[in-house]
Design a protein around this ligand. Structure first.
Ligand SMILES: NC(=O)C1=CN([C@@H]2O[C@H](COP(=O)(O)OP(=O)(O)OC[C@H]3O[C@@H](n4cnc5c(N)ncnc54)[C@H](OP(=O)(O)O)[C@@H]3O)[C@@H](O)[C@H]2O)C=CC1
Ligand SMILES: O=C(O)C1=N[C@H](C(=O)O)C[C@H](O)C1
Length: 234
C-alpha cells in the first residue's frame, strides 16, 4: 500500500520501519514543518501526530476518500464528529488509544477482572500510568480506555487524575520518567491483600506493528472500526 504518515516523530519513524519491512511504500511524511500536501497520493493514512492537529488530519483524509488509522491521543472530544464524517463520506476509520496486541489483551483482562471485583467493596481501585517526559497528554489514552472498561462493568462513575476521596471515582496517577515507552497498571487493594494487573511496553514496536496491521486490515473496508474488530475480539 502507499502509506501517508501524518506525524513523523517517535511513532511515525517506528511505523515507517515496520511498513517498509512489510513491503509498503511511504509516499508522505508530514511533520510540523511540512508545507501543504495532497493526501490523495496515498492509499491509506496513519496519523500519530499531536492532540491539536489529529482531528484536522483525520477530516482531511475522510474528505478526500483516504481511509485513516489514528493513534494520536488527547483529541477524543471530537471523536463523535470524526465518526459521523466517516459515515457521511462512506469512508474507513480506526482509532485506538493503543494498537499493541499485548495492551488489547490487557484491555480484555481488565474488563474481566472488573466484572469479578464489582460489589467487593473491601477493595479500593487505583490506576497508574508511566510514560516518557515528552508526552503531551495525561492521563494517557490507554489509561482512559482502561478506566472506561472498569466503569462499564462496575458502579464507578468516572476517573480523576491523581487522588480522590469519592468511592464512585477511579484515581489515575500519571508519572513521567525519561524514555519509558508506556506502562499501565490497575490495582485493587484491601486491608489484607492486593490484586495488580500490569502491562509494560519495552519498546514502541508493538504499537507500530499494531498500527500497520490495522491499516492492512482497514484497506478496502468502509466504516468506523476499533481494534476489537481488527483482532476479532468482538
Ligand atoms: N495509539 C497508540 O498505540 C499510541 C499512541 N501514541 C500517541 O501518538 C501520538 C504521537 O506520539 P509520538 O510519535 O511519541 O510523538 P512525537 O512528538 O514524537 O511526534 C509527533 C509528530 O507530530 C508532528 N506535528 C506536530 N505539529 C504538527 C502539525 N501542526 N502538523 C503536522 N504534524 C505535526 C511532529 O512534528 P515535529 O517533529 O516537526 O515536531 C511529530 O512529527 C501521541 O498522541 C501519543 O500519545 C503513541 C504511541 C502509541
Ligand atoms: O505517548 C505515548 O508514548 C503513548 N501514548 C499512548 C497513550 O496515551 O496511551 C499509548 C502508549 O502508552 C504510548
Amino acid at each position: 500500500m502507499k502509506i501517508a504518515l501524518l506525524g513523523y516523530g517517535r511513532m511515525g519513524k517506528t511505523i515507517e520501519q515496520i511498513a517498509l519491512q512489510r513491503g509498503h511504500e511511504i509516499v508522505l511524511k508530514v511533520d510540523e514543518h511540512s508545507k501543504s500536501y495532497d493526501i490523495k497520493v496515498a492509499d491509506i493514512a496513519i496519523d500519530f501526530s499531536i492532540p491539536s492537529i489529529a482531528f484536522n488530519n483525520i477530516t482531511n483524509c475522510l474528505n478526500n476518500n483516504v481511509p485513516v488509522v489514528s493513534g494520536t491521543t488527547g483529541w477524543l472530544d471530537k471523536y463523535k464528529d470524526a465518526t459521523e464524517l466517516c459515515k457521511e463520506k462512506n469512508g474507513g476509520f480506526i482509532y485506538a488509544s493503543n494498537f499493541s496486541l499485548g495492551v488489547n489483551i490487557f484491555f480484555e483482562l481488565n474488563e474481566y477482572l472488573a466484572k469479578m471485583m464489582n460489589n467487593l467493596n473491601q477493595y479500593k481501585i487505583s490506576m497508574e500510568e508511566i510514560h516518557h517526559t515528552k508526552k503531551l497528554d495525561a492521563p494517557s489514552g490507554t489509561a482512559i480506555t482502561l478506566a472506561e472498561g472498569i466503569i462499564n462493568h462496575t458502579n464507578k462513575k468516572n476517573w480523576v487524575l491523581d487522588v480522590t476521596n469519592k468511592d464512585s471515582e477511579i484515581p489515575i496517577v500519571a508519572k513521567r520518567i525519561a524514555d519509558v515507552p508506556g506502562t499501565h497498571s490497575v490495582e485493587y487493594k484491601s486491608e489484607i491483600d492486593s490484586i495488580d494487573i500490569k502491562h509494560t511496553a519495552f519498546t514502541r514496536d508493538g504499537f507500530a506493528q499494531g498500527a500497520v496491521f490495522a491499516a492492512e486490515w482497514l484497506f478496502g473496508k468502509e466504516g468506523v472500526f476499533t481494534m476489537k474488530d481488527v483482532l476479532g475480539l468482538k
